[in-house]
Design a protein around this ligand. Structure first.
Ligand code: AMP
Ligand code: ZN
Length: 113
């Protein structure tokens, strides 16, 4: 996946402010933060989106959210934070390597835009 920016970050071939990594996921700061805290958690394995994930990927997807919760605690987001995945063009997905956004440090509204 040589043209995938997040694969390049995972492989440390592109710069990123990495805040966490383990054998299956990497987390780093979003380049264009939409909140005081804006992190992305990505699997090392290239999956385009949730749509392409298979049953065998479900433990990995659970781990993405477990890491997201841990990072929210570390960033003291106890008043609330948002985790989200944009899937496909109508949801505004711009990088086709699955990633969970963690947004915090301000109030969020519902419904989202
Ligand atoms: P999405 O629209 O859900 O696909 O989100 C992609 C996110 O990746 C956006 O919030 C971008 O700001 C962010 N992004 C794109 N390129 C980079 C990069 N090289 N390093 C960190 N974040 C990035
Ligand atoms: Zn990728």
């Amino acid at each position: 996946m040589e043209n995938c920016m997040f694969c390049r970050i995972v492989e440390r071939q592109a710069p990123a402010q990495v805040v966490y990594e383990d054998e299956s996921v990497v987390a780093f700061k979003d380049l264009h933060p939409q909140a005081p805290v804006h992190l992305l958690v990505v699997p090392r394995k290239h999956l385009e989106s949730l749509t392409q994930a298979k049953a065998e990927d479900e433990p990995l997807i659970g781990h993405l959210f477990g890491v997201a919760a841990r990072l929210a605690r570390e960033n003291k987001l106890e008043k609330g934070y948002r985790t989200l995945i944009n899937n496909g063009p109508w949801a505004g997905q711009s990088v086709y390597h699955l990633h969970v956004h963690i947004l915090g440090g301000r109030v969020f509204h519902w419904p989202p835009g």
